[in-house]
Every structure is written in C-alpha cells, then in structure tokens.
Design a protein around this ligand. Structure first.
Ligand code: ARG
Length: 585
C-alpha cells in the first residue's frame, strides 16, 4: 500500500516539474498533518521556502503549483491560505480506500525500507560486578524499542550489549575472590558469590585500606592480561555471576540482546594504537599516548586529550570503542551504528567518532550516532534513590511497579464484583506494571531528564501504558460482547466514514506509516507514544459518540472494522515499544 503522504509527495513532484522545470524534481513539498480539521488534512509549506530561489511571491508560487497539481482523485480542490500555505482535504472515498488497504495488510500499510541497512544498536551495556542502575534500564528500554522499530522497517539489526567486563577494577575483584572465596575457583564450582555489588564494595574497601592488597591486585591485572589461568578463571566466575543476574532482568523485560563486551576487543587494541601512530595522530602526553580531537578543551581551556594508552601500558574505554568501530564496520558490515548511552557520554562519543573519522575508519555512507538520554530523577527532582539514600535495585523497582498494578487491579475487581483467578491477576499485574515502567520512560522526550513516578505511570488516565492498554481491551470487550470474530467479517465489508469522530480516527490511523518512518529515522520513541496516545483518545471519542454493536447495518460492520483497525494499530505500536497487550484487564 502506498502511504497517503507518499502519494501526495509524488503528485507535488509532478506539479513542481510542470510549473518550474525539471530542476525542482525531488523538492520536499513540506507536507505536515494539520492540527485543526478546519484547514483540511495536510498543509504543504513549500511555496514559502521556494520564494527565495524562485525570486517570487509565495502566494503566487502556491497558485502556480496548485494550477499544475493533479490531485482530484485524492483531495477536494486545494485552498491557498495565509502567506502561501496549500491546504489539502482528502476525499472521503479516498480515505475509505486507504483504510481498506491498511486493513488488508498484515503490516498495516507500513512498507519496509527499499534498501535494508545493517544496523547495530549498542544498548543496555551495564558493567560487570557493578550495579545495573536506572540509567542502564533507560538504555535497555529505549534501545530495545529503537531496535524493534528498525527490525520492523526491514533492516538487518544486530543488538549488542557492550558490557563493561574489563579494566583495572578486576584486579581487586579477582584478588578478593581468590582470598575470600577460593572454593569459587575450583573446577566446575557452583558457588554463588551472592550479591556482587556488596562483593564489589568489600573488595574496594580492602583496596583502599590495604597497601599489600593493592599490590596483589595490580599483579592480578597483569596476570589477567597475560592470560594467567587462575586470574582468568576468577574473571570468568565474576562475569558469569553478573551475566546471570542481567539475564534474569532481560528475560523479565522480554529483551533480546547479544553480549559482546569490552573484553571481546582486547586482541584488537594493540593494532588501534599502532595504526593511530603510523597515521601520525598519536601524541605522547605526560607518558600516555593520546590523540587530540578538535574543539575539545578542559575547564582551563586547554586541549583535552583522548587517552588511548595509559602510562602503565593499559588501554582505555575510548580505545575499545575505536576498535569496536573498526570491527563493526569491517566485520559486521554495519551501515548505521546507534549508541544508546546516557547524554553524559556525549563528548566521549564526539571525540571517538572524530578520531575514527580522521583515521579514515568510517567507510563512506556509514553513520555513527550517539542516541543520548537524560538522567532519571526522583519525584523530588534529585537523583533517583531509595528513601534511605541507596541506589534503587532494578528488580525492586520492577517488583514495586507490578505490586502496585496488582493492588489497583484487585480493588477494581472487588468494586466490579468480578471473579478472577490468581493466574489472571498475576499475569495482568505483570503486564501492566512492566508496561507502565517502559511506557513512562519511552513517552518522555529521551534527551530530557525524566522524573520517575509510580503514581503517574500507573494512572488509568493520561499518556500512560494503562490508558493505552485499556483502549485495546475496550475493543476486545466489544468483540466478546457481540460475539464478533474480527478475522471473519464478510469479505465485502467496508469502512464508511460519517461521523466527525470517525473521520478524525481514520485520518489518525492513516498516519501510522509516517510516524514509524520518522521514529526509524530520528530515533525518538516518544513520537510513537504520542501517536498511540492520540489514537486512544480519538478512539475513545468515537466510541463515546457512536454506537457500534447497536448500530444498524451497514454502519455496524463499518464501525466494527474501525474498532478492529484501531486495536491492530495499538497492538503493533505497543509491540514496537516492547509492551504486551491484554485481552482483558
Ligand atoms: N558500560 C558503559 C556504561 O555503563 C556503557 C557502554 C556504552 N557503549 C559503548 N560502546 N561505549 O557507562
């Protein structure tokens, strides 16, 4: 199915060429959906931007375009307004045809991209033995949604977990493990080290207090780098334990991700240094090997070095990212790499990308993008912490969301005097609780800081997951009540638009493809949330105004089709946010 927007764009292209010559082929008609139905469905804003290059008056240019615009099968006669806006209103028959095509298409009218790209999404990426904190949760939720949208658009997506599984902190961890828990190092040991974060704190305390421990830790790092068997075994034990914990969370949140941690790139780091040196980019700075990227200075205004190899010979976070760029573009064939990482790492990525570009390591046509997000704050606007000031454990956070969803559900069940099984209650609470946490995060513009509030995210009204899920459930309720099988409505059944609320809903439905293309390009899942929120609102307005099951035929079937198309669109949209719908709640 060709999207309404694509069809309009093609018609504008023909008109521009006819009016002003072939030079203008491919000009963006700057079509935007109007917010007020008074101005029609779309507004084309190109006449204003053509005024300068064409040296003409925008209203006159608009008139010349409209003169050539052959659009009568799609729209009512266009109107020119204000300085030169071209207002377009779809014909009802055209809208109905488009809805029918959308209905018949399992992809709901969203065409896959013509040339699929190899896209890597680098997300989640917690650090071994350290806390997986709310920042990593944001990366996990946003990254997963971005990956889902890329996949749906037909791209070949590789989801990578750039786990922090290497670095000097392993010296103290290994040493502490060897001494405090030697049985963990025996062959096929099943020892559970327990809370790794507490373990990390103990190791850190010994490291800070005890000179001798510090020396042994440094030796352990050297051992690990040299491939010493015991050090390696200790490192693996620690990584496995962390991995196991992370996986529980991924399973619960339904996240697919492939681990390729920092350690994976170790064998490639020496070459990064060697090649930067032979390109003449590497500089000695106080014993360290560094690269200076343009435009980065410290707070005294001095050039800020990107450290590639430390004085002690160790490599850095940036070195690994440079090796990863080479590997991902050469071995994986990535054409687009998306780094879903907190905004605080903006200058790290800007420096790394610039150095990679200078070194000629970014092949033509390859795009590396940092997809930043803001920090999570508590309702007091401060950093998100528990009442006692500790960092919030992600498991506790999800448990709390689920348990609150459960309390809400139980009181509704009681008030409505329903009989529900424990299994049902648990399933709904889990879907609503986790859906609410994800949706709350995704619905914010990701670049701003985000205030975490259980009350807001679980509210049944507003731009929340429960509101969206509820709209979906409403449709399922209609089909149950009327004993309707949406998949077996008569083949000749069609949507006929009559009421204003039906038009508003229909127009909104037909914007799905446009919205998904935008999200795939700009990487703002909040745009999709906004779309779904408005869809639910428009559906509720329609459902409040128009009877469905009580309506006479053919209106009844038409309205059922509209309900079904709304539910399918909600289901698809929510699935791209990683949120599971419910039949009842
Ligand atoms: N482990 C890092 C952190 O917790 C995030 C890694 C992001 N990805 C990357 N390629 N640098 O901050």
């Amino acid at each position: 199915m060709k999207s309404t927007l694509a069809q309009l764009t093609a018609r504008f292209d023909q008109a521009l060429v006819a009016a002003f010559g072939a030079d203008l082929a491919g000009t963006d008609p700057m079509l935007v959906a109007t917010s007020n139905p008074k101005f029609g469905d779309y507004q084309a804003n190109l006449a204003m931007s053509l005024a300068k290059p064409l040296k003409g008056n925008p209203r006159a240019i608009a008139a010349q375009i409209v003169e050539q615009l052959d659009i009568s099968d799609l729209c009512e006669p266009p109107e020119i307004a204000g300085p030169g806006f071209i207002n377009l209103r779809f014909k009802t028959a055209y809208l109905e045809d488009q809805l029918r095509a959308m209905q018949a298409d399992p992809r709901l009218g969203v065409e896959p991209v013509k040339t699929p790209q190899k896209v890597i999404v680098d997300f989640s990426s917690p650090n071994i033995a350290k806390e997986m904190h709310v920042g990593h949760l944001r990366s996990t939720i946003i990254g997963d949604s971005i990956a889902r949208v890329q996949e749906f658009m037909g791209n070949d997506v590789l989801r990578l977990n750039h786990v922090g599984d290497w670095g000097t902190q392993f010296g103290m961890l290994i040493t502490h493990l060897k001494e405090a828990c030697p049985e963990a190092l025996e062959a096929d040991s099943k020892v559970d080290i327990g809370d790794l974060v507490a373990f990390y704190k103990q190791a850190k305390k010994r490291f800070d207090d005890d000179d001798n421990f510090r020396t042994r830790s440094r030796e352990a790092v050297v051992g690990l780098q040299a491939g010493d068997a015991i050090a390696t075994k200790a490192w693996q034990t620690l990584c496995n334990q962390s991995r196991h914990e992370f996986q529980k969370l991924y399973d619960r949140l339904d996240i697919q991700i492939q681990e390729r941690g920092e350690s994976f790139y170790n064998p490639l780091l020496a070459d990064v240094v060697k090649d930067l040196a032979s390109l003449g980019l590497l500089v000695e700075d106080q014993g360290a090997k560094v690269v200076f990227a343009d435009g980065f200075t410290n707070k005294d205004g001095d050039p800020l070095p990107l450290i590639i190899q430390k004085t002690d010979g160790g490599y850095n976070y940036a070195t690994t990212d440079l090796a990863a760029i080479r590997y991902r573009t050469q071995q994986d064939g990535a054409e687009r790499v998306l780094y879903v990482v907190d905004a605080g790492q903006g200058s790290h990525f800007a420096q790394v990308f610039q150095v990679a570009a200078k070194a000629g390591w970014i092949p033509d046509g390859v795009e590396l993008t940092h997809v930043p997000f803001g920090v999570v704050q508590g309702e007091d606007g401060k950093k998100f912490k528990t009442r006692s000031g500790d960092t919030v454990k992600l498991k506790d956070l999800l448990d709390e969301a689920v348990s609150r969803a459960r309390t809400d559900l139980e009181s509704r069940i009681q008030a409505e005097e329903r009989q529900e099984t424990e299994e049902f209650i648990q399933d709904v609470a889990e879907a609503v609780g986790l859906g609410a946490v994800k949706y709350a995060d995704l619905s914010q513009n990701r670049t701003s800081n985000y205030i975490f509030s259980f009350d807001k995210m679980l509210a049944l009204a507003g731009n929340t997951a429960p509101y969206m899920l509820y709209a979906y459930v409403r449709v399922q309720g209609i089909s149950r009540k009327g004993d309707i099988d949406f998949d077996h409505l008569p083949a000749e059944a069609r949507i006929h638009l009559e009421d204003d609320s039906e038009f508003a809903l229909a127009r909104h439905l037909l914007q799905l493809d446009e919205v998904l293309e935008e999200v795939a390009q700009d990487l703002y899942p909040s745009r999709l949330c906004q779309y779904l929120f408005e869809l639910s609102q428009k559906f509720n307005q329609f459902y409040d105004r128009c009877s469905v099951l009580q309506a006479a035929e053919p209106q009844r079937t038409s309205r059922l089709l509209l309900c079904d198309l709304t539910a399918k669109t909600l289901n698809l949209g929510l699935s791209l946010l990683g949120i599971r719908v419910l039949e009842r709640m």
